[in-house]
Design a protein around this ligand. Structure first.
Ligand SMILES: *Cc1c(COP(=O)(O)O)cnc(C)c1O
Length: 494
């Protein structure tokens, strides 16, 4: 037996607009108890519909089932391992969601006067202190809505810092292992970027920075750990060089889940850094949902932070709008408050030791993978990594099987593909981030899946090249799939 919507348990969900039955409704409204108004008497004729809107006519259970079934098509961290490098798709404790769902917070309105939102301001004040302490900064703004937005905010602060000293600096130095958002944020903020090479060991060298430094350099912008999954081991020395030349150091701290409790960027001379709460601190990354990219700064940059800042005077919390050197506001109200609550709950639940343990486990898990993957896949830096490991299809050239095929084949084993073809400095890269929340058993399954795929690549490459075989949809033309999405199953099964 099967219902029209399922074949065995494989969902074939049609768009809800095709499920309409004229006259069916999911709402039961009471009789009108006020005089009816003729819309034609209230609105100009040009604004009135001539035809009713073509909305689906469906019952409540049909709506619920439609969306629940559609959601089950999605792969997510609550369903299985999602080793998307640089994205930190880790399991996030449901406690953080509980905190963010508390009616006392959910029902707040951003225009409420500060004496009615003391609890919310306290959460923000304390979260700022915790984040500052974790990374070694004087102040932190919680306003930016994402990592890239944090970068933009940080660069605006850097620009304003130089302007305040009466100079205009136009260049930002960025190593070739930086995250792609770094140069993009510079361009958006009107800086030009100078790309620096990385060494054989995969790190930025002080001498390469020194060579590029001049009095037009506003800052150096370093992703750390970099996109090879390696710690930038010379960052303190580089910071000293840059400071001596009058520049500032921006560290992209999106992947602080590899560092917290072990390394404080502020102590190494970093002046500005963004955090990704929706990676490291209790909110999943991706899915287009809201994020939060707080920015930490050293004391010299604190005057330039966005307004309002949250201040504590005695036992009273206030919002300070009176900061003449501020870059202004970068987001409506105070930022994505629900994500701040999750970050706060996460930090309070784990505490300093728990945060350090999360880092240690993230790095241990990635190294556990690295140590096994290098036996059967090309790993460009086989001796060490932080929270993620980069492999490539380099040794499979003769088979015709590529990184894309391996990624697609992983779906047949129930794993979300890792990040592919990034970082650009590794040809055919597979960037794998297991995160701290995966068990050794899951990691073993992942390794044996990859091992089998590589064996198959050598012995029966057509199997890997045709993957995935066991998903509702098979190999798609990715360009067409994005440009001309097909929203229903065709006869071909595509
Ligand atoms: C994820 C990430 C970003 C961008 O963060 P978004 O919230 O996606 O804008 C920037 N840098 C690095 C290193 C990242 O991993």
């Amino acid at each position: 037996m099967s219902t029209p919507e399922t074949r065995a348990m494989i969902v074939q969900e049609m768009p809800i607009f095709t499920q309409t039955t004229p006259g069916r409704s999911g709402a039961s409204l009471p009789e009108l108890d006020v005089p009816a108004v003729d819309p034609a008497k209230v609105w100009p004729a040009a604004l009135l519909r001539r035809e009713p809107p073509a909305l689906p006519e469906v019952s409540e259970p049909e709506v619920v089932r439609h969306y629940v079934r559609a959601s089950s098509w999605n792969f997510h961290v609550d369903r299985g391992m999602y080793p998307l490098g640089s994205c930190t798709m880790k399991y996030n404790p449901k406690n953080a969601d509980v905190a963010a769902s508390m009616p006392a917070f959910v029902e707040l309105h951003p225009y409420q006067p500060v004496d009615q939102i003391q609890g919310a301001l306290r959460v923000m004040h304390e979260l700022e202190l915790y984040l500052a302490q974790v990374a070694g900064f004087a102040r932190v703004t919680l306003q930016p809505a994402a990592g890239a937005h944090g970068e933009l905010t940080g660069l605006m602060i850097i620009r304003r810092y130089h302007e305040d000293r009466g100079r205009r600096r136009t260049k930002v130095l960025i190593p070739d292992t930086a995250h792609g958002t770094n140069p993009a944020s510079c361009t958006v903020n009107g800086f030009s970027t100078v790309q620096l090479p990385t060494s054989q060991r995969g790190c930025l060298l002080p001498e390469d920075v020194a060579r590029a430094l001049d009095d037009d350099v506003a800052a150096v912008m370093i992703t750390n750990p970099n996109t090879l999954g390696l710690f930038e081991e010379h960052i303190a020395e580089i910071a000293e060089l840059v400071h001596r030349a009058g520049g500032l150091v921006y560290m992209d701290g999106a992947n602080l889940n590899a560092l917290m409790g072990r390394f404080r960027p502020g102590d190494a001379g970093v002046d500005v850094m963004h955090y990704n709460l929706h990676k490291t601190f209790g909110t999943p990354h991706g899915g287009g949902g809201p994020g939060s990219g707080p920015v930490g700064v050293g004391a010299a940059l604190a005057p330039f932070l966005p307004v309002p800042t949250v201040e504590k005077n005695g036992s009273v919390y206030t919002l300070d709008w009176d900061r003449p050197k501020s870059i202004g506001q970068v987001r409506a109200f105070v930022g994505n408050f629900g994500i701040l609550l999750r970050g706060y709950a996460y930090i309070r639940e784990l505490g300093p030791d728990g945060l350090r343990l999360a880092t240690d486990m993230a790095v241990l898990n990635a190294n556990y993978l690295r140590a096994q993957l290098k036996d059967f896949l090309h790993v460009p830096h086989p001796d060490r990594c932080m929270h993620e490991v980069v492999a490539s299809d380099h040794d499979l050239k003769a088979t015709g099987v590529t990184t894309l095929d391996i990624a697609k084949r992983l779906m047949d084993y129930g794993f979300h593909p890792p990040t592919v073809y990034f970082p650009l400095v590794v040809h055919g890269a597979l960037m794998i981030e297991p995160t701290e929340t995966e068990t050794p058993q899951t990691l073993d399954c992942f390794v044996s899946a990859l091992r089998e795929i590589v064996d198959d690549a050598r012995n029966r490459p057509e199997l890997v090249k045709g993957a995935p075989h066991s998903t509702g949809l098979h190999r798609l033309n990715e360009t067409q799939a994005a440009r001309k999405p097909k929203l229903r199953f065709g006869a071909s099964g595509e």
